[in-house]
Ligand binder design. Structure first.
Ligand code: SAM
Length: 473
């Protein structure tokens, strides 16, 4: 039997089934142990995070009063680390060719009635121009796994094309990559191509379920998939994004696995995950989410988000357009730092007039335009940020974490958010959004603590007004 060891490089030792089972038993036994819950909440207030065991007790807690405290603390930690900024991004689907057999994904090999499509470099240009014209600066590229149709050379060529397109005042300044687990050598190539975060969802940490849900194709290999982030880090990528596809397995199991994965990265590489995504299984072409037994309610979904926020305060949290407006509203408050807007999950979807469904990966619940999302965020008290500064300033991995820990975020991310929002308002916003945004920027300038930074920010905002772009701290 594999022994639990967070420092091990073997999947079954750092995501250890027995350790998860014991954690769940411990959490179940202590779910109404108010003394212990109070101790854990006290520790969480130090904002240094929690272990997977401690966080699992909070997730299991059934006491209404304590759950309220968990939510309040999550909200406070979010405010302390991320202020009221929400970073915006969009997914860009490059190709839906795939050789895997994932039971929850319509791109699976056996699906013969979905149109297969792979963007040419010319088509990518058109998609990127459409995304730039919406106002996006940060993309997450997505592709199925297919060594013949989507080899690493294709992905690299696409990244190169995306970064090279300069249309009007538009630019994609950060490309995050969500492609299948690959080799150290390929991760090095992605790193050299200047990617931001490498994102790979674990889907499920439960090995047996994982193998059942991925019956065929290279993704079937649990260890290869689970150990991918270590290879990515070995290849020089120090911002990695974890995620679980909620609905496939028991959420408490996944939650413990997710945090063990974060602890493992910290133990081995000295830096935890840059982001955690919390997708839920959605309806899609030949996929019916009700076929999976472990769907979670909005309330549980929010509880998971709050517990993640408390357990790993320095890790960004991403929620996509899989969630509708009202759910996003609730969950953003509890700890989400990044959301997508105006998304199309089909290959070539941004250049189509109508939302196409024939190559879509999943149904999009939040179908609002980027401008509507930006407007809504501002009206509910948030600052939509198009900032990409950290990675371009070399603040990745532990350097990003030290920025968080130094308390200087408000002198750095906050003005960057205001300057990139100003660019958005000048170049892409509707009249109404612009009006709300200008007032917001004026008010939020006063929340920059350092006078010198505030002055520079004001000067830059004026320069943006005069047509100059791309300022950052
Ligand atoms: N093909 C790559 C891989 O295997 O990791 C990543 C790209 S895939 C386009 C992105 C993610 O979409 C998957 O990791 C999965 O979690 C999610 N996904 C697949 N089918 C889904 C569905 N029906 N509903 C919601 N999300 C889904």
């Amino acid at each position: 039997m594999a022994q639990y060891n967070p420092k091990s490089l073997k999947a079954e030792e750092f995501i250890n089934h027995e350790e998860i089972i014991e954690t769940l038993e411990y959490a179940e036994k202590n779910k109404n142990n108010i003394t212990l819950i109070d101790e854990i909440l006290e520790k969480a207030k130090q904002r240094k995070g929690l272990t997977h065991r401690e966080a699992s007790v909070l997730l299991a807690c059934e006491n209404e009063e304590k759950i309220e405290e968990i939510y309040n603390l999550a909200e406070q930690i979010k405010k302390d680390f991320y202020g009221n900024r929400i970073v915006m991004f969009a997914p860009l689907y490059l190709s839906n060719y795939c050789v895997n057999g994932c039971l929850y994904c319509p791109y699976h090999l056996k699906n013969k009635h979905i149109a297969r499509k792979k963007l040419t470099q010319e088509e990518i240009k058109k998609e990127v121009i459409a995304l730039q014209d919406m106002g996006h600066k940060r993309l997450a590229i997505e592709a199925g796994e297919d060594p013949v149709n989507n080899p690493i050379e294709y992905i690299l060529e696409c990244i190169n094309t995306i970064y090279s397109i300069k249309h009007k005042n538009g630019a994609i300044r950060r490309v995050n990559v969500n492609i299948a687990a690959t080799t150290v050598e390929n991760y090095k190539k992605l790193h050299d191509a200047g990617i931001g975060t490498y994102i790979l969802f674990q889907e499920t940490y439960h090995k047996e379920s994982y193998e059942r849900l991925h019956p065929t194709g290279p993704k079937h290999n649990y260890a290869y998939h689970t150990e991918a982030m270590d290879r990515a880090m070995e290849g020089g990528i120090d911002d990695v994004g974890l995620g679980v596809l909620f609905g496939l397995e028991m959420y408490k199991y996944e939650f413990a696995g997710l945090l063990m994965h974060a602890e493992h990265l910290e133990a081995v590489h000295g830096v935890g995950p840059h982001t955690i995504s919390v997708p839920r299984v959605k309806k899609a072409d030949d996929i019916d989410p009700d076929e999976f037994d472990n769907g979670i309610s909005d309330d549980i979904f929010c509880k998971i988000a709050a517990c993640i926020r408390i357990a790993v305060p320095y890790t960004g949290m991403i929620v996509s357009t899989r969630e509708n407006q009202s759910c996003r509203e609730k969950i953003i408050r509890l700890g989400v730092s990044q959301i997508s807007g105006g998304s199309r999950t089909s290959v070539g979807g941004y250049t189509e007039e109508e939302r196409p469904h024939d190559t879509e990966q999943f149904d999009v619940s939040d179908q609002r335009t980027l401008d509507e999302v930006v407007n809504w965020l501002m009206s509910t008290g948030y600052i939509p940020s198009f900032c990409t500064a950290c990675y371009r300033e070399g603040r990745t991995g532990d350097r990003f974490m030290s920025l968080c820990k130094s308390g200087q975020i408000q002198n750095c991310c906050h003005p960057n958010a205001l300057m990139t929002l100003k660019e958005y308002l000048m170049d892409y916003a509707s009249e109404d959004t612009k009006k709300i945004g200008e007032a917001l920027i004026k008010a939020e300038l006063e929340n920059i603590p350092k006078d010198k930074v505030k002055e520079i920010c004001k000067e830059n905002l004026q320069k943006i007004e005069n047509g100059i772009r791309d300022f950052r701290f």
